[in-house]
Design a protein. Structure first.
Length: 229
């Protein structure tokens, strides 16, 4: 069963400060990902991979076409959904791990991760968060510190813990291992494999060929607009 799919999905950006110039990025994209598989988005730089991923999450409103997400057993079209519907889909169904950790300053790393757990009592969520952080080599003595004090690689691992703790049926990953060393990269590979084995649908951008080959069941090529048209 498809977890997420698009039909004739198109997106262009309107540059107001450039005299209203329109930049087409995605053109009639046909894409799908099933539960229990990891689909890697691939293609040349500037082809629109990140735009597609952010569109799948509803960060970008698409210009035309359909963007269907399986939410509580029914397909919801995020292209036409209300903001309230998009929030509900993100809360229960659709997780997203961006390249950068953006959180409230001065909040402890443990609490940032624990708050992302769904339908779990607070203390259990904190235990889950601590276990995930330790698995990702964030030592317990660091759990009470705010992420701003961490290195880029440590922040990325906190971001990954935050994304995986929710247990969303669909998870979008934007270069999840870009700042990681080999040891932590292998841990993330194992986490992705475990998630798909549980039935999670994962869509990701993996510029690291080792990671892509290790986790992807299928590769979806995103072509620049002039090639796709």
């Amino acid at each position: 069963m498809n977890a997420i799919q698009t039909h004739a999905l198109s997106k262009q950006f309107l540059l107001h400060l450039q005299g209203g110039v329109r930049i087409p990025v995605l053109h009639e994209v046909e894409f799908h990902a099933r539960f229990g598989e990891c689909v890697a988005l691939s293609g040349p730089s500037g082809a629109g991979k990140t735009t597609l991923l952010r569109s799948l999450y509803g960060n970008y409103r698409v210009g035309s076409g359909a963007l269907l997400v399986c939410h509580h057993g029914q397909m919801v079209d995020l292209a036409t959904a209300t903001p309230r519907e998009i929030v509900a889909v993100r809360r229960d169904t659709l997780g997203y791990v961006s390249q950068f950790l953006r959180v409230v300053p001065r909040v402890a790393a443990l609490d940032i991760v624990a708050e992302a757990a769904r339908n779990v009592p607070r203390e259990e969520a904190r235990d889950m968060a601590a276990a995930l952080l330790q698995r990702l080599n964030i030592a317990p003595r660091l759990h009470s510190l705010p992420p701003a004090t961490f290195s880029g690689g440590e922040q990325q691992r906190i971001n990954l813990a935050r994304g995986f703790i929710g247990g969303h049926p669909i998870l979008l990953l934007d270069e999840p291992t870009a700042s990681l060393d080999a040891e932590n990269r292998d841990i993330v590979i194992a986490m992705i494999r475990e998630a798909t084995a549980r039935g999670t649908a994962i869509v990701g951008i993996f510029h690291d060929a080792v990671v892509r080959e290790a986790v992807a069941n299928r590769v979806h090529i995103v072509l620049p607009h002039q090639e796709a048209a």
